[in-house]
Every structure is written in C-alpha cells, then in structure tokens.
Design a protein around this ligand. Sequence first.
Ligand SMILES: Cc1cc2nc3c(=O)[nH]c(=O)nc-3n(C[C@H](O)[C@H](O)[C@H](O)COP(=O)(O)OP(=O)(O)OC[C@H]3O[C@@H](n4cnc5c(N)ncnc54)[C@H](O)[C@@H]3O)c2cc1C
Length: 475
Amino acid sequence: MTGLQNNSQKSVTVIGAGVAGMSAACALAEAGFRVQLVEQRGYLGGRASSYLHPGVNEVIDNCQHVLFGCCTNLMGFYRRIGVADRIQWTREMTMIEPGGRSSRLGPFELGPLRLPAPLHSAPSFLNAKAFTLADKLSLGRAILAMMAPAALIDTHESLGAWLRRHKQTEGAINRFWRLVIASALNAEMDAIAVPYAAKVIRELFLNSAQAGSMGMSMVPLSELYAGVPQFLAERSGSVHLNTHVEGASWNEDLAQWLICTRTGELVSDFVILALPFDATQKLLPHLPAEPGAEKLARQIERHEHWPICSVHLWFDREITELEHAVLLDREIHWIYNQSKLQGRGGHYIELVVSATRSFAALPRETAIQQALSELAEFFPRVKEAKLEKVALIKEMHATFGVNPGIDSARPTAASPWPNLFMAGDWTATGWPSTMESAARSGYLAAEALGLSAENPLHCFEPDLKLQGMMRWISD
Ligand SMILES: Cc1cc2nc3c(=O)[nH]c(=O)nc-3n(C[C@H](O)[C@H](O)[C@H](O)COP(=O)(O)OP(=O)(O)OC[C@H]3O[C@@H](n4cnc5c(N)ncnc54)[C@H](O)[C@@H]3O)c2cc1C
C-alpha cells in the first residue's frame, strides 16, 4: 500500500458496510483519507455477517461463508484488519452419497511428492466412487474444453446449453455440475454464463492446489470485523451504524456531497456507494439527475436475486466426526459441523441449500423436516439424536445471478456523478457474487477515488501465480 499518510485530509463517505464498503473504507483510511462508514443496520458485514438469533439465543452466521485460496483481495482485507489467522484452510472436499459412502477430492500428496497443476487433483478424482467411469470420461472431456482461452468461450451461452452440447452424463451433471459448480455460483445451470463456470473450474480445480484450498472462519463472521471501527478511528475515521442513507446532493461550489440520512446529514468530498444492486436502484431517484444515471438504471434492471437457505441444528449428541462435506443427490448440499469449525460447545450442525428457489419457497416446518430426513440418509445417528433447537434462515436476496450476457450490466467503479464511485459484489469485477468480488470492488473503487483525488493508492491484490503446466495455458 502506498499513499500520502498526511494529505490535506480529503473526506470520504462510504455508504454500506458489507465487505465491499469495509475494504474500501479501511484502504482509504490507511492512505490518509478521513473516512465515515455508514451502515443502515446495527452491525457490520452486510450479507456476510453474524448476529444473535432470538429464536435459538445463539450468535450465528447468516450462513456459512467459504472462501478459497484464490480470494486474494478478501485475504488482503483480512490481513489489513489483522484477522487473516482466524481463517482455517483445508485442501480436501468429502462427497457423501445417501447411505454414507464417501469420496474425497483433493491434491495428491505422498510425502514430498506432488503432481503439477492441473493434474494435482487427478488421482483423487479418478479414485472417487461417487462417479462412474463414464462420468469421469465425460467430466474429463468437458474440463479440457473449459480450459480454452477465455476469449473463445461464448459469454452468451448458458452452462446448461454448453453441457448439453458437450454430452455430459447424468452423474456428471447431477453430482458435479449442479452440485459443485452451479451451487458455487448459486443459480440453476440454464441461468449461468459459461465463462463464470469456467472460472470456478480453473480457480478451484486447475490453477494450483493453493488456489483451490477452502477457507472457513473460526469465529462468527461479524467478529472478523470487530476491529474495523477502531482501525478507522485510529486513522481519524468513524463508523455510523443504524444510519439509513436516503439520498445525496452535490454542491458544485464547495465541490462536496451532502448525504441525507434518516438521522441527519453528512458532508464529504467523495462518496463510495457500496450497496447491492437493489439498494443502489432505490437510491437512484434521490441522487442528482445525470444522463448516465439512466444507463445505470437500465443495467440494474437486468440483475436478479438468487436465494440461499441454511438450517442450523443443535443435537444432543455428535452425528458425525466430519468437519464439512458435500451431500449428493438431495436438496441439502453442504454440511458444516460448526461445533468443530468454530470450536463451539454442544453439537451444532449447519446445512446449506443453494441454487434452488423451490426449497426457499417451502414453509418453515416442511423445510426443516425435509432437511432432517435427508440428513438421516447420510448420517444414521440423526435418527437416535434429539434435536434441541433449530433455526431456518432464508436469505432471499443472497446473491446476484451471473446469467448469460450479464457482464455488460455490471458497472465499473466510475459513476455518472462527480467524486462518486461504485462498489459492491455486482459491479464489474469479473467475479461471481462472492466476498472476493465485494473486496475487489471495494479496492477498485478506492483506487479510482485515490486517482481522482490525486492521492493514488495501490491496494488491489494480484491473482495467485499459476502453477505447473497452467503457466502455459493462458486464461
Ligand atoms: C446466505 C448467503 C451465503 C453466501 N455464501 C457465500 C460464500 O460461501 N462465499 C462467498 O464468498 N460469498 C457468499 N455469499 C455472498 C457474499 O455474502 C456477498 O457476495 C458479499 O457479502 C456482498 O458484499 P457487499 O459488500 O457487496 O454487499 P452487502 O454485504 O449486501 O453490503 C451492503 C451493505 O449496505 C447496507 N445498506 C443497504 N442500503 C443502505 C442504505 N440506504 N443506507 C445505508 N446502508 C445501506 C446493507 O445493510 C449492507 O450492510 C453468500 C451470501 C449469502 C446471503
């Protein structure tokens, strides 16, 4: 990071304290800007946060959030606020079939012996009982085809159509493409642009073992950000919680923004809007009229939400020793053993259902019963265990969809207004709806703002270096 530490203290209001807003705010504060971070909720973290759930009287994450080694900007943000060591990493993914048979995917390691990328996970894939020989051949062919340079992949084709063209077996579709790839992108396969699927394949399975290792927080998510208010305060910044922004106006004479909130007014030289697309849409009519704003409004209209549900279960005994696994052939997709992952007392299991609108539409009791009966198919101890308490969290606006052609609807950090920059996971980062996309967008906005304020800063983290043969297979 470079930047003037003692500049003329240009001021910035960052609206929205999700990962995008927090990463922009901290980078700018470090570069000498006076930052006020404004958030409508009473806590930091936005869609990646934890809170005291009144129904179960426990602090829980709104949903398990995983990151990967390739999430260089998110890790850069965690390092900046001093919490990178709260992330635990694993290189193995366990897939379990109903009945309990399991397969493990992960890099081959025999003492010091490793295989070069992209072959590092090939032995475990070839060994995986979850796939038949026909599935493996069909997957191998498709993954090779997805290694084509990005420029040759049609951004307007859906993953569903691409898979039909590449004649994938039912096993490959159900147990890999739908479960691993579509669920990582949180949408049905016909609503996913192929380049985003290719990106997930490359990052998680091909580029390097490090890029594909999975990270999980060892503490509830909002604890990760507990140091952000002090980080900002030590750099003459501030956090304003419970502060809903209703609009803003630009004072040309003073070259300043006046930001109207439900609790008062704020003034600053610069603004970063670090909001989801729907909150940005609501704010548009309350910003100064600018011709470019119409284009932005049309871009936003092309976005849609996808839900993610999580079922949080407390049992009276341990139902599995596993820390986490992928569950095959059922509606529930992922299991996380939070008692082990977050070192919490009791027997706390979290199930995640992504990429499906039908589960999200179920009434609470039906959804919980379905999750429990499916869980018992994988872990028979569930039948004897007593369920002590349960919480169902439906996040209907969890992610934005990466449908074919979406890239032209993702705005850059530059905005139609003077001294105002855009961030948020849905802006033009090239990444799907993830914390990494949010962190990237925050850093891109901070760098664009720094340039415009003649106080350039460099906070954007480069991608990991490609390993092995992937160095010669360019993206
Ligand atoms: C259930 C679920 C599971 C997920 N799983 C994963 C995962 O495993 N891995 C992963 O990488 N990503 C995951 N994601 C996606 C990830 O959480 C988001 O991509 C990321 O957190 C978005 O960050 P953001 O800062 O762009 O937006 P947000 O987190 O939405 O932040 C925007 C903030 O702006 C605030 N705001 C809105 N309007 C106003 C206003 N008018 N005034 C003031 N404040 C306002 C909001 O309250 C919010 O705090 C998941 C998301 C959900 C919901």
